[in-house]
Write a protein that binds this ligand. Structure first.
Ligand SMILES: C[S@@+](CC[C@H](N)C(=O)[O-])C[C@H]1O[C@@H](n2cnc3c(N)ncnc32)[C@H](O)[C@@H]1O
Length: 176
């Protein structure tokens, strides 16, 4: 990364666009645990009330051609989220999410974190979907098309007889 002090960079450093600031709130304490059956995962360090903002993560929206030609051939593909094409164009691409957004694992039955895209600011905001107890893993839903064997998948004897219809309500799902 260049550290040259150009006029443009000085303008950014001077914070000359205060009206366009977005607060980057993150709930604390959270723990990164490295040896779970799902690899690394995020765990609550204390009880978290429902609707709490867990994190606000900037994203890098990928050029769709670059994504297909390069990113999809790398392990980064397992970290990207579906993202609408910028400028209101029809179709979708992928986005790299910075911060905790790339560390949330998937849970089929018990996702406790929901996420919403802020297209204008190229952000994702993560919120607690219900009260989360200290020590619980924070999980989102990646949707139905998983690219791995789900470590949380219920055995057939554990499957509920009836699924509530609104179990995924409020979630925007599907990772890359
Ligand atoms: C966005 S990353 C999440 C962070 C990842 N655990 C790590 O250590 O970097 C997505 C990857 O995590 C793993 N993963 C997430 N949820 C899982 C689950 N329910 N069962 C098994 N592996 C999971 C898969 O390897 C998946 O490709």
């Amino acid at each position: 990364m260049s550290v040259a002090n150009t006029n443009d960079e000085r303008m950014l450093a001077d914070n000359s666009h205060p009206g366009d600031k977005t607060a980057l709130s993150r709930h604390a304490p959270l723990h990164l645990v490295s040896n779970t059956p799902k690899g690394r995962g995020i765990f609550a360090g204390q009880d978290i009330p429902a609707r709490t903002v867990i994190d606000t993560c900037p994203v890098l929206v990928l050029d769709p051609q670059e994504n297909v030609a390069h990113i999809e051939k790398t392990s980064l593909y397992h970290y990207t989220y579906n993202w609408p094409l910028p400028g209101g164009k029809a179709g979708k691409t992928q986005a790299v999410v910075f911060g905790l957004g790339s560390m949330f694992n998937h849970s089929t039955q018990d996702q406790n974190v929901g996420w919403t895209r802020d297209l204008e600011h190229q952000l994702i905001v993560y919120r607690a979907l219900r009260p989360i107890a200290e020590g619980e893993e924070l999980c989102i839903s990646y949707g139905d098309h998983l690219t791995f064997v789900d470590a949380d998948a219920p055995s057939s004897s554990e499957l509920p007889i009836e699924q509530p219809e609104d179990v995924f309500a409020g979630l925007e799902v599907e990772m890359g």
